[in-house]
Design a protein around this ligand. Structure first.
Ligand SMILES: [Zn+2]
Length: 230
């Protein structure tokens, strides 16, 4: 061990910290991937993501300098910025006071169906996509129609599991509206499952979250399922 240290001839044998450089790779000679990268958590720094993608490309045996890949780290970083923009949003800003007092039949439900969403599974960072359906029974407030898809997006555009995503949307509506009841149904196709052969392609995963009246009243649930054709 001592001899090994001396071989490096760095005169700094006491720190025991060696930089091991394997076969020199052409691409490494003119990029910065070997530099230490400082990550500021939560800033979504394009730089950090670009460098990381470059490292992945090197690691799988690619040459990040070749034509087709030169802009790939940049494109991937931009894509993550879009697909994971939900980390930079919060419920209050998204709802933006778009709550209205509306006379509505007591116990009647408001349904927003077929909300398309794209999310990313937190286990593999691969997309899962599908449709969300939301029903709520107002107590004294209703929410602007366009806000529900935005709430879905806010949570979908984070690293997720479908079960948690479903619950988060239901809880957000409870928080924003204090409704008599909320029910949320998510349908999802998971590319991590279809790509890796765990499930057959096109298999639909369905998750539900019920709050308030929807927990106890089966007729309400059935009515909602009928309205969304399930
Ligand atoms: Zn997955």
């Amino acid at each position: 061990m001592l001899n090994h240290t001396n071989l490096h001839g760095n005169g700094n044998g006491h720190n025991g910290h060696h930089v091991v450089v394997a076969e020199p790779i052409e691409a490494l000679e003119h990029d910065h991937t070997h530099e230490e990268t400082h990550v500021q958590p939560g800033t979504g720094s394009m730089d950090v993501i670009e460098k990381s993608v470059e490292l992945i490309l090197l690691s799988v045996g690619e040459n990040p300098s070749r034509d087709g890949l030169q802009r790939t780290p940049h494109r991937v970083a931009k894509m993550y910025g879009e697909l994971l923009e939900g980390y930079h949003k919060d419920l209050e800003t998204v709802v933006n006071n778009a709550l209205f007092d509306v006379e509505y039949g007591e116990g009647e439900m408001v349904v927003v169906a077929n909300i398309e969403y794209n999310s990313m599974c937190e286990h593999h960072m691969l997309p899962f996509t599908g449709k969300a359906h939301v029903a709520y029974i107002p107590r004294d407030k209703v929410i602007g129609l366009s806000k529900i898809p935005r709430i879905v997006d806010m949570f979908a555009r984070r690293l997720q599991v479908q079960e948690r995503l479903t619950n988060e949307v239901a809880d957000a509506l409870v928080e924003a509206l204090d409704p008599v009841g909320v029910m949320v149904v998510f349908e999802g196709q998971h590319s991590c499952a279809s790509l890796r052969g765990v499930k057959k392609h096109g298999v639909n995963m369905v998750t539900t979250a019920k709050r308030g009246e929807f927990r106890t009243n089966r007729d309400l649930r059935d009515e909602f399922y009928r309205m969304i054709g399930m």
